[in-house]
Design a protein around this ligand. Structure first.
Ligand code: 5BU
Length: 466
């Protein structure tokens, strides 16, 4: 191994950017090492060494401009840009929204090739997100140069998307050098090697696993019910009278795992509606999902949930919650409730131009993860399979992702709604699909509901989701 690489490994070790021990990862895996390069910006000599090595690698690549993924790689990118006299551009972390194509900071010309610098390669998912933003802004992406590659199969993952990975150091090189120098033990070296042999993600439990042992009772019930009815279809019954509601629901009840209501659009809501709905749900085995999308401070949502005209807390099995106000919204809604009601957190929306950014999505999922006693899962959306997969991968494996914006015949509704097919939604990782007008407006709603159910169920089987 060349001495510069050894020097770099030593520097990463000495600055604590790579540590050995026992670390619990977000995925639930326990790792014998931890990589965190955020503090390298405080070591100018290390920054200089890294920049020189990145430049050496980059000289063999063709590109017109470069970017560093914020935060850590942006100052690194600035040094490389200065030394190579190549323009720098960057995407602000907080404004990075799925596919909105928001323009980059900096000046560049459409069609130019942009080199992407980042600190660490783990799953590669954030690399693809970065490439998508750059591509949406008109640039071409070919190569990623990374300081530490700690991924299981990151190179192959990026290759699937047509990108090439170049890394300054891999974990294998790291442990070889550090054990030669006596800085880690033979046992530590072996633990890292063993860990790197593992599959990247813990397998997700299928519906049967969820029915048996999901930590949340609601998820066990929903999984069991879906298996019994062979349906992962949620009917979104957005009509404005009780008559229309039950005229549609009664014949369709056998096809669905849940009915989703917007109870505040009913003109003639009364207690009789709730009684009839609850009875039908018991008889026909489906759950009731009130899509109220709570979004206020804890005290207000508590009233909206428990009081007012609708007394949602008395009859809904689950509701949707915007994480926008912070965790107080969950305590306000669910603390001290007299019967269990589960929450689905809105992690993404299907509306075109939604202001929800990647960062918001990440934090929404984080909030759900921290409140598993109430949160059964998330509402997610992606315009294509790869988007949905990446979103799903961020969610706890034993939560459910429900996906609206599903329609077999249309791409949108002229009011901002975007649609994908049932098969694509489920193949990407949606556990349940939410369908409204696709069924409600069909000439034969029952036949259409069957078609959605069959397509979504088949896709679940094909995905190995049982
Ligand atoms: P549609 O008729 O299938 O477009 O109805 C979709 C339903 O899902 C409707 O009730 C929306 O309020 C709901 N929905 C959605 O479409 N997109 C979202 O991101 C969320 C909910 Br959250």
């Amino acid at each position: 191994m060349n001495t510069v690489k050894e020097e770099l490994i030593r520097a990463l070790y000495d600055t604590g950017a790579v540590r050995f021990g026992s670390f619990k990862l977000k995925s639930g895996l326990t790792s014998p090492f931890y990589v965190d390069l955020r503090a390298i910006i405080s070591y100018p000599a290390v920054m200089d060494l890294i920049a020189r090595e990145l430049i050496r690698l980059s000289r063999e690549l063709r590109f017109d401009c470069l970017t560093g993924i914020p935060y850590t790689a942006l100052p690194v990118g600035a040094i490389v840009s200065d030394r190579l006299k190549k323009p720098l551009v960057y995407q602000r972390k907080e404004s990075k929204a799925y596919g909105t194509g928001k323009s980059l900071e900096g000046h560049y010309q459409a069609g130019q090739t942009c080199l992407v610098i980042d600190d660490v390669m783990t799953t590669g998912e954030s690399k693809i997100e970065a490439a998508e933003s750059l591509t949406a802004a008109g640039l071409k992406v070919r190569d990623f140069v990374i300081i530490v590659d700690r991924s299981f199969n990151g190179r192959a993952f990026l290759e699937e998307y047509g990108y090439k990975l170049h890394a300054l150091v891999t974990m294998e090189e790291m442990v070889t050098v550090l054990s030669e120098k006596g800085l880690i033990s033979a046992g530590q070296k072996q633990a890292v090697r063993d860990f790197m042999q593992q599959p990247p993600r813990a397998q997700r439990p299928g519906l049967e696993g969820m029915a048996r042992s999901a930590p949340a009772a609601f998820n066990r019930t929903l999984a069991a019910l879906a298996l019994e009815k062979k349906s992962n279809l949620i009917l979104s019954l957005d009509v404005t009278t009780k008559k229309a509601f039950f005229d549609l629901l009664e014949p369709l009840a056998g096809q669905i795992a849940m009915v989703k209501t917007h109870v505040d659009i009913l003109e003639d809501f009364d207690e009789g509606f709730v009684r009839r709905l609850r009875k039908l749900a018991r008889d026909e085995h489906f759950l009731i999902f009130e899509d109220r999308k709570f979004a206020d401070i804890g005290n207000t949502v508590r009233h909206q949930f428990r009081d007012g005209l609708y007394h949602i807390a008395d009859w809904a099995d689950c509701v949707t919650v915007h994480p926008l106000p912070g965790p107080g919204i969950l305590s306000g809604l669910f603390e001290g409730l007299h019967r269990p009601v589960a929450a689905f957190i809105l992690a993404a929306m299907s509306a075109r131009g939604t202001l929800i950014s990647d960062n918001y999505t990440r934090r929404a999922i984080e909030m759900g993860r921290e409140h598993r006693q109430w949160v059964a899962g998330f509402i997610g959306f992606g315009r294509e399979k790869a988007h949905i997969e990446r979103l799903r991968a961020k969610m706890p494996s034993d939560s459910f992702m429900l996906m609206p914006g599903v329609n077999l015949r249309q791409k949108g509704d002229g009011l901002g709604q975007q649609y994908v097919s049932a098969a694509e939604a489920v193949a990407g990782g949606a556990d349940f699909i939410i369908v409204g007008r696709g069924i409600l407006r069909a000439e034969e709603p029952l036949a259409e509901a069957r078609a959605y159910r069959e397509q979504a169920w088949r896709a679940l089987l094909e995905r190995g989701g049982l």
